[in-house]
Design a protein around this ligand. Structure first.
Ligand code: SF4
Length: 395
């Protein structure tokens, strides 16, 4: 049984204006962060080690957050060493070990330490290279720091990712192309492009209605980016992700393929085959439970067959490889599928259907069509409630 591990490090030096992740101000005292890492290590022993002992194969490790690269270097080094000692052949033998970094913490000494600790991939939160965009997002890094971080990462890691945000209020196509050019100059192996979700963004971003990015503006930016990616040799292999050949993200691809993963840390999510689990987003309760040797408080949801079917559709359509209609119990020869292909939104080969970038822009309505088609064939939904459409997270 293959699986991945995600570690959620909740600390950030400053809360970005648009952030919807579970984060906390980075503690002043390093001892508090060491206590947190000690608790994660206990959770690893309770939830990961038994799998390793049963012979399950840990393929990928991802440290996200938060800003894991901002942890005290010695404490982070000890933590990585502990994990490495617990994995057969160490962290370097895993398929992928990624750490998320913000540009201001992606300094040469930090990156060197991460590499020595077994980290093979960096995911850098660039978001934009324009000072006004960065100010609006509440980012700390300056364009100069971003370029220095990109150079430092590119010089040390054979594979890495840069995150960009589309649809920043007041931004425009010129600024997006400038950011893409900065990344192309470093031959960035992997890019993640997320549309800013304004309804969930904070008031200071949307404060000026004149500058709010419209859906039409976001569509234009997405299509521009998608065109740029194909012109520059990237495969747009998932709704928000593109990679040069051989650089697709393995950890995240396992999420989209429906493989199991164990999420450690407060607020971290896990998928255990038939069950989804979410650790409670509460650092105090998290550390207290693990200090007493118990698993942290968590919510669990057993997935019905209908829910698993719906997840297969949502996750499959996000990916360039799409879905197998036979496996979903749907017929390929249907008028609505032919219409999607005619309109340049999707392609069909045999029973495999995948969305094109223009189709990803209207994925919500395509999923609805698929659910409606499934409801007309209820025999394939073996149990549970009828599939309900949910909007997939872009991140
Ligand atoms: S650095 Fe990332 S996790 Fe931290 S506040 Fe900003 S967006 Fe959120």
């Amino acid at each position: 049984m293959d699986f991945g591990v995600y570690v959620h490090v909740p600390f950030c030096r400053r809360q970005c204006a648009y952030c919807t992740f579970f984060t906390l101000p980075r503690p002043e005292r390093e001892a508090e962060m060491s206590r947190f890492l000690d608790a994660v290590w206990v959770e690893w022993q309770l939830r990961v080690k038994p799998r390793l002992d049963r012979g399950h194969c840990l393929r990928t490790l991802y440290l996200g957050g938060g800003t894991p690269s901002d942890l005290p270097p010695r404490a982070l080094g000890t933590f990585l060493q502990r994990l490495g000692a617990s994995v057969p052949a160490g962290l370097k033998a895993l398929e992928e070990v990624t750490v998320e970094c913000n540009p201001e913490s992606a300094t040469p000494p930090t990156l060197d330490r991460l590499r020595a600790g077994g980290v093979g991939r960096i995911s850098l939160g660039v978001q934009s290279v324009h000072p006004e965009d960065l100010r609006r997002l509440g980012r700390r890094a300056t364009p100069r720091q971003i370029e220095a971080a990109l150079d430092a990462v590119a010089a040390r890691f054979p594979t890495w990712n840069a995150d960009l945000i589309l649809g920043i209020p007041g931004s425009n196509e010129r600024r997006l192309l400038a950011a893409l050019d900065v990344l192309a100059a470093r031959r960035a192996p992997h890019l993640s492009l997320y549309c800013l979700e304004l309804p969930r963004a904070r008031a200071e971003i949307v404060g000026d209605p004149q500058t709010e990015a419209s859906e039409a503006a976001k569509t234009t930016l997405y299509e521009l980016a998608s065109h740029w990616l194909s012109e520059h040799g990237y495969e747009h292999y998932e709704i928000s992700n593109a990679a040069l050949p051989g650089h697709a993200a393995r950890h995240n691809t396992a999420y989209w393929a429906g493989r199991e993963y164990v999420g450690l840390g407060p607020g971290a999510h896990s998928f255990e085959g038939q069950t989804r689990r979410a650790n409670r987003a509460d650092l105090g309760h998290y550390v207290a439970a693990l200090n007493s040797g118990s698993e942290p408080p968590a919510q669990r949801q057993q997935l019905s067959a209908a829910e698993r079917w719906r997840e297969s559709v949502l996750l499959g359509l996000r990916r360039r490889r799409g879905v197998d209609l036979d496996e979903l119990g749907l017929q390929a020869q249907q008028a609505w599928i032919e219409a999607l292909c005619r309109q340049g939104l999707a392609e069909l080969q045999g029973s495999r259907l995948w969305l094109l970038p223009r189709g990803w822009l209207v994925m919500d309505s395509i999923v609805l069509q698929m659910v409606t088609a499934a409801e007309e064939r209820p025999a394939r939904l073996t149990s549970g409630s009828r599939p309900r459409y949910i909007r997939p997270s872009s991140r």
